[in-house]
Unconditional design. Structure first.
Length: 138
């Protein structure tokens, strides 16, 4: 990345400031025209214009009311999602704990089977030796 010289940096800042000033002037002109138009509508008491103005104001009020209701609904949905997410994570945590317990029990059972087989082999070897000793003594 190349650093700008002081002159280039100043030129760029001045250019950005000029663009912002131009946008600001345009926005002010637009705002003035809109205010003038609304004031003209209020001053011109023709029934049609007054009716349209009231309809527009009612439309804006209705939109705000709908927006408010939807925001409340959105907040409720987000709360439900958070609650379900917490519940889901809790279930996953419990499932992990159960799977760990199952694994531990399976390992314990496997070790017990190995121990049982070992004991059976030792007992069988002892029986064979005692039988062999009995045959020898007999």
């Amino acid at each position: 990345m190349k650093l700008l010289s002081k002159k280039e940096a100043r030129n760029r800042v001045e250019k950005e400031n000029e663009e912002l000033l131009e946008k600001n002037v345009r926005l002010r002109e637009f705002h003035k025209k809109a205010i003038r138009y609304l004031n003209d509508v209020k001053e011109d008491y023709s029934d049609d214009k007054i009716k349209r103005l009231r309809d527009f104001e009612q439309f804006c009020a209705d939109l705000q009311q709908k927006k408010h209701k939807l925001l409340i609904e959105l907040e409720a949905v987000e709360d439900l999602i958070k609650e379900k997410k917490d519940l889901f994570y809790g279930l996953i945590e419990k499932q992990d704990a159960l799977e760990e317990k199952i694994f531990q029990l399976q390992e314990k059972e496997r070790k017990l089977d190995l121990r049982e087989n070992f004991v059976e082999q030792v007992e069988e070897a002892i029986k064979e030796k005692t039988n062999a000793n009995l045959h020898i003594q007999a």
